[in-house]
Design a protein around this ligand. Sequence first.
Ligand SMILES: Cc1cc2nc3c(=O)[nH]c(=O)nc-3n(C[C@H](O)[C@H](O)[C@H](O)COP(=O)(O)OP(=O)(O)OC[C@H]3O[C@@H](n4cnc5c(N)ncnc54)[C@H](O)[C@@H]3O)c2cc1C
Length: 284
Amino acid sequence: MLLNPINFYSPQTVSEALSLYSSLGECRLLAGGTFLLNSLKLLKKKGMKTVPNIISLRKIAELKGITTDPETLTIKSMTSITDLYNSPHLTDNFAILKKVCRNISTNLIRNMATVGGNLTSRYTWTELGAPLIALDTKMHFVGSNTKEEVTVEEFFNKGAKTNNLLTHLSIKRDKKCQLSYQRVKKLSEVDVPLLGACIRSTLTDERFQQTKVVINSGTVFAKRDIILEEFLNKSEIEESIASEALNHLDLSIYDTRSDDYKKSMFRVCIKNAILELVQRRKKL
Ligand SMILES: Cc1cc2nc3c(=O)[nH]c(=O)nc-3n(C[C@H](O)[C@H](O)[C@H](O)COP(=O)(O)OP(=O)(O)OC[C@H]3O[C@@H](n4cnc5c(N)ncnc54)[C@H](O)[C@@H]3O)c2cc1C
């Protein structure tokens, strides 16, 4: 199905994009297009109105790329999932992103879909949210006269809404923490996730410390399980903790609109994530 007629703008700089964004009124930003174009076609199919203007971010070179220094990893919003996966900068705590990207859909989608689109599309099941919350990631936005910096956690807690342009993400390097990411796919034909779980912890003195447990349930935005975090932070690094931890879940997160299969797969993912961290610690 063809889209309704639109005015298509393709600025080459962020400032050009922002002046179009504030002057055009009814418009949408286009990144990889894997969600937006589909949703415009669906609206048309339902006989609903679609925006008359689209501003493509594809030609804006300053929104692409990944850089690093000893302290920080910077991921520009128009970086594709494939480019993130292939980045040589994914070392230390950043390495978990390689595992997450490898599991996102297919090559075709990964080549087009962007990191910025994955976070700002407002689909609750896209999966970069959980690992990026575990990594304490900050999102950097610009508007015509504003600059805003929020953590991914704050962004999702407030419903993932923005009227600004996401320019980049920044993540602090942490050589001490360990991360595990587990996910279950929803369908055999199209690879979209049913759920995901990311656990980050600093495993020193035989204890879990500064633990973050972030759950992506697919039905609400990624959320931390503070009850499980508190339990783990009081626990010794033993394999038996992986089973015991299942008695310390914040059930309100896992039970939301979950059937028995999903509830049980949450438990499998949590247990596997903890076991992975414990076994990695033992090898160190
Ligand atoms: C078949 C299929 C399978 C998929 N499987 C997975 C999966 O397994 N795991 C997963 O995590 N995701 C999956 N996805 C989602 C995919 O990762 C998203 O489609 C993608 O991340 C959206 O990115 P995009 O660049 O195409 O965004 P677009 O479709 O271009 O835009 C999406 C929304 O984000 C807004 N936006 C984009 N960039 C910015 C920005 N810089 N600033 C402000 N707003 C912005 C746009 O205005 C639009 O509202 C799948 C998608 C499809 C179609």
